[in-house]
Design a protein around this ligand. Sequence first.
Ligand SMILES: Cc1cc2nc3c(=O)[nH]c(=O)nc-3n(C[C@H](O)[C@H](O)[C@H](O)COP(=O)(O)OP(=O)(O)OC[C@H]3O[C@@H](n4cnc5c(N)ncnc54)[C@H](O)[C@@H]3O)c2cc1C
Length: 431
Amino acid sequence: MTPPRIVIIGGGAGGLELATRLGNKLGQKQRAQVTLVDQNHTHIWKPLLHEVATGTLDYEIAQLSYRAHARAHHFEFQLGRFLSLNRQQQQIMLAPVYADDGEQVLASRELSYDYLVLAIGSVSNDFNTPGIASNCIFLDSPAQAKRFHRHLLDAYLKLNSPGHPKDKLNIAIVGGGATGIELAAELYHAAAELNLYGFADLRKDRLNINVIEAGPRILPALPERIAGAALKELKKLGVTVRTDTKVTSADNRGLHLGEEYLEAELKVWAAGIKAPDFLTTLDGLENNRINQLLVNTQLQTQLDPRIYAIGDCAGSKMANGNWVPPRAQSAHQMASVVAYNIIATLNHKPLRDFQYKDHGSLISLSRFGTVGNLMGNLVGGAMMIEGRIARLAYVSLYRMHQVALHGWLKMLFISMVARINRIVRPRLKLH
Ligand SMILES: Cc1cc2nc3c(=O)[nH]c(=O)nc-3n(C[C@H](O)[C@H](O)[C@H](O)COP(=O)(O)OP(=O)(O)OC[C@H]3O[C@@H](n4cnc5c(N)ncnc54)[C@H](O)[C@@H]3O)c2cc1C
């Protein structure tokens, strides 16, 4: 009998952990053929993208090759962009793959599955605001983060050159959620580091960073006390935070805030997410308002129990009626439940319900501080932490992802290598 085919689309925070676990548990013993599909060759944990964007993290070093990881964990990797689904034939369609010069490297392909897991994450939601897509940078993918980094270095080069007409570099970040706030702080860190590498004129006061938030306060998903602590730190750095301010459109020179015009050489849009639009036409599968695929308590799509959805692209409701938040910890928890449920199905055992556990949220203000709360579920988000403990908890989130991928021992080696790199390599990606 041929083993069942499990296809996972999307090798991100949730999908790669799931492929690793199923590969180790089923692939190794040939109890199932596990295939991971991703549009990229390599994985990076998405919460690190703002560090890639500012250059405080070198993407070339932090990325993980899907192919190498697949070999070590007994699954197959297929490079390709997921296009469409045929539920009756249990097949997915992948787009052709092209080289940089436009030559077709792989033709479009169909892959058959017995169980399918959709883990393709989310994209920025610009709410159809005019001019945003063509004039703002999103931080949805490594390619976009690298693009921002190149623009940033060019802007710093100009600013640092003698005779440059402008005294300041204007950066506008739309969205006062975790991504926008963390990026703002990281930009000050990067500027301070660049000062050591020949950008002598790049002082902190030459950065003019505006964070624009439509709601009444930053970090709306977090308790007020944490938002207050983050705001205090941002103000200390020199960031201007504008709340109750809506961006009405953008052009290549800046942003329109109703009547007001805010000039900005670099514009980042980080004001909310949605699942990719094409999920609304996926062979009848149902969606919520932000395109997420509706799933039942066992994380199967509501119309098709052979198809699961996890992470940012899954619309899963909590007992209180709210949607599970699009976070790395949700993707991680969902991956564990779907691994359990697929194995249980093969063993003819009952499936497990998914129950989101909020372990708290942490906001890294780069080296200037970390604030957050722990055990959101247990104490209603009341346990606020700051400083070193918060930093440790923040880093441990990534370490847990690495443990899920590599196990404890290899994670420790990887952390050691990262420490050594901090000594032997420049503190910033400089090109
Ligand atoms: C800058 C930033 C900071 C963040 N900080 C935090 C934080 O501190 N804490 C936290 O909990 N969360 C944070 N998040 C949110 C977190 O990153 C996401 O919630 C999490 O990564 C979702 O995991 P996922 O597996 O659903 O999707 P992702 O991790 O986004 O992975 C999706 C994968 O699918 C692939 N893919 C997409 N479309 C296709 C396609 N059509 N075909 C094939 N492959 C495809 C992508 O290449 C990617 O590998 C942050 C996000 C950003 C952008």
